[in-house]
Design a protein around this ligand. Sequence first.
Ligand code: GTP
Ligand code: MG
Length: 197
Amino acid sequence: MIIKTAEFLKSSSKWQECPEPTLPEYAFIGRSNVGKSSLINGMLNHKDLAKTSQTPGKTQLINHFLINENWYLTDLPGYGYARVSKSMRKDFEKLITNYILNRKNLVNLFVLVDSRHTPQKIDLEFIGWCGENGVPFSIVFTKADKLKPNAAIDNVENYKKELLETWEELPEIFLTSAEKRTGTDDILKLITTTNEF
Ligand code: GTP
Ligand code: MG
């Protein structure tokens, strides 16, 4: 897919405030600081359309972008950010889960996971929650440039093994770097093949 236009539409603090669900939508989620906003920028070939930061917790609202005037891309707040109060974390959680469960036009959720780490409880729990709730999702490993290529591939293989302990089949998996802009075309390809644009 060629990105002809990409524009920021709106930030929403509730799923009810999101743009009318009249177009197919693809959302990006994952732990705070995993690289959601950076990957979106890399994929869209825009330097700073989605706001990024070295400090976790930068994205706190549901951000909608309109791509090629025919689909929505959503940048979601990160889950599991430890340095906010418990009640604030609960609010974030509610915002995210309500959005995912109620957004009728959501075609696929891209769950981002840092390729440098062994499987983390919080990500496995979130992936499990997606499965239990029948949420269509893919797993996107981020920051591959921070590892030697073989190490990144090994980590992905280990992750798959761990998933297969509880899952019968694996979701689609991507290995990406926003920095080097690798793996992003594969994500766009999945978006194209799940919709007739
Ligand atoms: P929140 O909005 O806070 O949840 O974070 P986020 O998941 O949107 O992460 P963001 O894109 O803001 O990136 C967090 C930090 O990781 C920034 O300092 C980025 O520069 C860095 N980063 C993101 N992706 C990559 C990548 O592919 N490679 C490298 N080397 N750094 C990355
Ligand atoms: Mg962000």
